[in-house]
Design a protein around this ligand. Structure first.
Ligand code: GLV
Ligand code: MG
Length: 288
């Protein structure tokens, strides 16, 4: 799996020490992971390790081993089941010590808190601001739905009996708004039916539409769909560029004095320009 992950056209790869690794295999997994990080070769620009949550006996040793031995190859740690600001602050302190001991620049490793239960969601603003290392808020739908007692067995799908509507909407918006309030990225979690591309696309489209920056993929088969759903369509990108051009042309002709211009039968103002900038920036980031 790690070898396959090396070549994938994704924005980030994260290597897991948490729920994808059974208790008795944690140490071996750490060894494998340190070796894999040392070998490098990931096409993804960002490489992250998910350590175990603070309610286990593994977190400190995960950080000491992984960052102490391979920290130069790690961009951030994912902190699963983040429930309080204190947990993020504690990880920051441990990271600082391990970075110092390993001769790494202090602060270069980021933290991605994963929101996976009701307490984490309730404390989300404090979690987001608990350390300057926090870059991203990540949703953990499987743990979250289990923790609140939602009656569902398929992560990412609507629970039976709850329709129409989106049972995840409040959670998505809370994470997204907290991320934007504090200048962070918002990332949606996994869709576990890895052979159901339509289901993945449906789930991804919901958070992409709201404005999330991306979504986990668990399998190479989900990569192209994920990149596609989180990039603007060509017609959206072209319209955004045309809006920006029309707005720039009009305001420059008027010496910048006009606040609103017509674009076909739509009135555009400064807020429309900002909306177009969002689509344009995402499209350019995707190489459009
Ligand atoms: C991921 O960690 C999840 O719980 O969905
Ligand atoms: Mg989880």
């Amino acid at each position: 799996m790690i070898d396959k992950a090396r070549g994938l056209p994704v924005d980030e790869v994260f290597l897991d020490l948490e729920d994808a690794v059974a208790g008795p295999a944690k140490e071996e997994a750490r060894e494998n992971l340190v070796a894999a990080l040392g070998r490098g070769g990931f096409a993804a620009p960002t490489v992250v390790v998910r350590v175990n949550a603070w309610d286990t006996e593994y977190t400190v040793r995960d950080v000491t081993e992984v960052v102490g031995r391979a920290g130069a190859h790690v961009d951030a740690l994912l902190l699963p089941k983040a429930r309080t600001a204190a947990e993020v602050a504690a990880l920051d302190l441990v990271l600082t010590q391990v970075e110092k001991a390993a001769g790494l620049p202090v602060g270069h490793i980021g933290i991605e808190p994963q929101i996976e239960d009701a307490l984490g969601l309730t404390n989300i603003d404090a979690i987001a601001t608990a350390s300057p290392r926090v870059l991203t808020l990540v949703f953990g739908p499987a743990d979250f739905m289990a923790s609140i007692g939602m009656r569902t067995l398929t992560v990412g799908e609507q629970p039976d009996g709850y329709a129409p509507g989106d049972a995840y909407h409040h959670v998505f918006m809370t994470i997204l708004v907290a991320a934007r309030a504090h200048g962070l990225q918002a990332i949606d979690g996994p869709f576990l039916k890895v052979r159901d591309e339509d289901g993945f696309r449906r789930a991804a489209a919901r958070t992409a539409a709201l404005g999330f920056d991306g979504k986990w993929v668990l399998h190479p088969a989900q990569v192209d769909a994920g990149n596609e759903v989180f990039s603007p369509r060509q017609d959206e990108f072209d319209k955004a560029e045309a809006i920006l051009e029309a707005y720039a042309r009009s305001t420059s002709v008027e010496g910048g004095a006009r606040g609103a211009v017509m674009f076909g039968d739509e009135m555009l103002d400064e807020a429309s320009r900002k909306m177009a900038l969002v689509v344009s920036a995402r499209g350019r980031a995707a190489g459009m």
